[in-house]
Design a binder for this molecule. Structure first.
Ligand code: SAM
Length: 400
């Protein structure tokens, strides 16, 4: 079982693990829990996450169930500062018998929720050192690469590690590995430290390497999937060879991720020359749809308004039909009128006013905001030598 909180879900939050402090949908703060930290003034609430919604000492977070709502504590580490002593707080702490889990909570303080890390929330909360691959792309890429437990995937460049985390979850189990490459020294070091902190370092082999110049060698594992997020992926293609870093006995699937069509053209040309087949380019455009049911306005209040000046119920009903017709911009006039007429009959029968549900409508964003990159997919078929053919011919197929 993996030690990583990304792969092994525990019920409660454990010390020294990564967790996300969820303040709002758009504010999630990753924290590595450390309840043992004591400062030089003798406070011992562990590290403290200071947020706009208050302070959250790590000692108040350990052992609670994932998803719990946590109240901010009164610990004011901001004003306490180093060397400055908040005597009142200190005395209160001492009065609490020095129990690190007993940090007093103010009734009117803010709150946060603690949620377990996933590749999705890590992608939206990670420290950006480069452009990153977002979930709508990485999920599509990984399924097209047929990444699954046991897959050995090559990834270059690793950048901020967004795709690395998604790949880890996809290939984890049955000996799956991520063979990752990054040539920028500080990024390589930062990602290495992160992978250790996230306990993913046994799943990811990260190498500091210029793959365009020096290739992908160095691992005992042979890859059957490749993802290249590089400015010039065509320069790296020639290193994806057999013998070499690719599995000989399996088809290898590749995806390259390039923002410009010129990069795609060069990549596709070189793929053809190197024997890759089934080459295809895909662009993912994420577009937000707002789906809702438009009401006719036949709720109590709405009906009053319509009725107030109407000479009769018939007139009110025809006005409602008119309103709904305008709202749906369609030529379903007949259907709307029928719907209102039926409602009128029902009202007469029951003596109760009815809600008339409108049609389901949707509005989409006019512009898709997320042009990220073009994805080029291709396959390098399994190697098949004359020897393989002879062996296959001589193979005795057992009689069923
Ligand atoms: N896929 C990453 C993610 O999801 O966080 C982002 C990758 S970023 C756009 C591209 C990375 O490729 C950069 O960190 C860059 O340093 C690295 N890179 C560029 N050329 C490289 C090369 N020849 N060898 C290795 N890494 C390279």
């Amino acid at each position: 079982i993996s030690r990583s909180p990304f792969l092994n879900y525990t019920k409660t939050i454990e010390d020294e693990n990564l967790a996300l402090l969820y303040l709002r949908r758009d504010i999630q703060i990753p924290i590595i829990l450390n309840a043992q930290d004591r400062d030089d003034e003798g406070y011992h609430e562990g590290k403290v996450a200071n947020t706009r919604f208050g302070s959250f000492p790590h000692s108040t977070l350990i052992g609670v169930r994932w998803g719990s709502q946590i109240r901010a504590s009164t610990v004011d580490t901001g004003s306490r500062g180093r060397g400055k002593r908040n005597q009142k707080r200190k005395l209160e702490d001492e009065a609490q018998d020095s129990d690190v889990t007993k940090v007093p909570v103010r009734a009117d303080s803010g709150f946060a929720h603690l949620i377990p890390p996933t590749p999705e929330n890590w992608t939206t909360s990670l420290p950006h050192r480069t452009q990153v691959v977002y979930t709508h792309d990485s999920s599509y890429i990984l399924q097209r690469l047929r990444a699954r437990p046991g897959t050995i995937i090559i990834e270059a460049g690793a950048g901020s590690g967004s795709f690395t985390h998604a790949a880890c979850r996809a290939v984890y189990g049955h000996g799956g590995k991520v063979l990752s490459f990054e040539f920028h020294q500080p990024r390589y070091e930062k990602l290495q430290a992160e992978l250790q902190a996230h306990k993913l370092d046994d799943l990811v082999e990260l190498r500091h390497r210029d793959v365009c110049q020096d290739g992908f060698e160095g691992s005992d594992h042979k890859a059957n999937a490749v993802f290249l997020d590089l400015p010039a992926p065509w320069l790296a293609l020639k290193h994806l060879t057999r013998p070499g870093p690719l599995a000989r006995d399996k088809a290898v699937r590749i995806c390259t991720f390039s923002p410009c069509i010129e990069q795609v053209q060069r990549t596709v040309g070189d793929m053809r020359n190197l024997g890759w087949v089934d080459i295809e380019m895909v662009e993912i455009t994420a577009r937000r749809f707002e789906v809702r049911r438009d009401r006719v306005g036949h709720q109590e209040e709405g009906l009053k308004g319509v009725n107030s000046n109407a000479a009769s119920v018939d007139e009110a009903v025809s006005r409602l039909a008119e309103i709904q017709k305008r709202m749906i911009h369609g030529d379903d006039e007949e259907r709307v009128t029928k719907q209102c007429r039926l409602a009128k009959i029902k009202e007469a029968q029951t003596g109760r006013k009815l809600h008339i549900e409108g049609y389901l409508t949707h509005r989409s964003e006019i512009e898709a905001k997320l042009h990220t990159s073009y994805l080029v997919f291709a396959i390098l078929p399994m190697e098949w030598s004359e020897d393989d053919e002879v062996k296959a011919q001589n193979q005795v197929i057992p009689d069923p």
